[in-house]
Design a protein around this ligand. Structure first.
Ligand code: NIG
Ligand code: FE
Length: 406
């Protein structure tokens, strides 16, 4: 038995035990002047400070502080080799992300580096990133492959993700993104790469149980909706549900293909038609927005307000990757959601916690302060109100992070 008692909490942000959509996302259940008891890695009890137990193995005084469920970052590419600030400079000089990709830079640049990097070196690079995002309050995280783009390198990436699980107290979900882009040698032979994914990569991944989900980058610079459908159908035969990159630059049928395939989430959505919002409204697919990517690429932001007003379930994630979002800092994602997408702080917190957990099928275990859920919480510095957190975009307001009660 090991217990931790947080006492004198200014405001305990309970959140919702299950996903929330539309207008309800603006409601955020809280309890002022509260205590929170964690026991054996789980949330045991909470209530008014006057009813707090007087004993625990560890007691933390949370006077003036907010306690929230730890962030659930449902979309990252946190395993990668090196960095791409050269392309960052090229974009400042006028090249676009898509032009860089056409020239064999971008994802292919990261793939070349990753192919030359050993499993242990990839782990050594990923661990400090995990420690950093933990410091900003993330407790549950999804990590994609997709910088391998060959059978060996995709398997290497997925094995690295599996090994990271044993070396961190963050909870990790793995997504196979072999269909991130076409390798150079397959640019004139798209069929050949689809066959490699479907006939070689997927069976081996299923065999070794290396992934929870399958992803495809459905875009003009990457895979068509028809190719996306073929790949995710093959993934489904291997037990992998899709989470799909789409509508980052173009609206070209990715939403329809994703919903038809029963996607758990569609991610990015910078470019959305009203008809596509309507398609999502009639589905259970979660709309995952990644505002640090359009921030970094200087692109338009997703029309979050329209999506919320239409009643969609919106999640927020970092997209942490070397090309379009070299940051895994969830509080900054919340700031951008509020500043650039006009989400309220309450909507942003729901999107970054319970709806992120839902986008990883972990509503039962994470994303809210609910008795029996995992003891994954963050404790802020003393704050005047909850809105201070997205407001003070350059300050790390997170003082302490407890995952699994530790
Ligand atoms: O989510 N859009 C596709 N994939 C990543 C970027 C990958 C890269 O540029 O390395 C994204 O933005
Ligand atoms: Fe991404």
């Amino acid at each position: 038995m090991s217990s931790v008692l947080l006492r004198n909490i200014k405001t305990l942000v309970l959140g919702h035990p299950r996903r929330v959509a539309g207008a309800k996302m603006n409601e955020l259940p809280t309890l002022d002047n509260a205590f929170l008891l964690l026991e054996n890695g789980k949330i045991k009890d909470y209530g008014k400070q006057a009813d707090a137990p007087d004993r625990a193995d560890e007691i933390i005084d949370a006077t003036g502080r907010f306690v929230l469920p730890a962030w659930c970052d449902s979309h990252t590419h946190l395993v990668f080799a090196g960095s791409r600030e050269g392309e960052f400079a090229d974009r400042i000089s006028g090249l676009s992300y898509e032009e860089i990709a056409e020239r064999g830079g971008g994802i292919l640049n990261s793939a070349r580096r990753l192919q030359q990097t050993s499993e242990s070196a990839l782990i050594d690079q990923a661990l400090p990133r995990l420690a950093e995002v933990r410091g900003y309050g993330t407790g549950l995280i999804e990590i994609k492959s997709g910088y391998g783009l060959s059978l060996d390198a995709e398997l290497k990436m997925l094995r690295v993700i599996q090994k990271l699980k044993a070396q961190t107290d963050l909870t990790i979900k793995a997504t196979f993104l072999g269909a991130h882009t076409f390798p150079m040698e397959y640019r004139q032979n798209r069929r050949g790469y689809l066959d490699l994914i479907i006939n070689k990569m997927l069976p081996q991944i299923a065999d070794e149980n290396l992934a929870d989900y399958i992803d495809v980058f459905c875009e003009k610079v990457a895979f068509t909706p028809a190719e996306t459908t073929e790949i995710v159908e093959a993934g489904a035969r291997c037990g992998l549900q899709p989470k799909i990159h789409t509508n980052q630059f173009n609206s070209m049928g990715g939403i329809e293909a994703s919903v038809a395939a029963g996607a758990l989430s569609v991610d990015h959505l910078e470019v959305m038609t009203d008809a596509e919002i309507e398609t999502l409204r009639n589905s259970s697919t979660i709309a995952t927005l990644l505002p640090t990517a359009p921030f970094f690429l200087n692109d338009p932001f997703p029309p979050a307000r329209k999506m919320l007003d239409a009643g969609l379930t919106v999640a927020l994630a970092t997209d942490f990757n070397p090309g379009s979002s070299p940051s895994g800092r969830m509080p900054f994602v919340l700031s951008l959601a509020c500043i650039k997408m006009r989400m309220t702080p309450q909507e942003a917190v729901n999107a970054a916690t319970i709806n992120g957990a839902a986008a990883l099928e972990e509503e039962e275990n994470f994303g809210s302060i609910t008795k029996g859920k995992s003891a994954n919480i963050l404790l802020t510095k003393p704050l005047s109100s909850l809105a201070y957190l997205p407001y003070a975009f350059g300050t790390n307001c997170v003082e302490r992070v407890i995952l699994g009660g530790k």
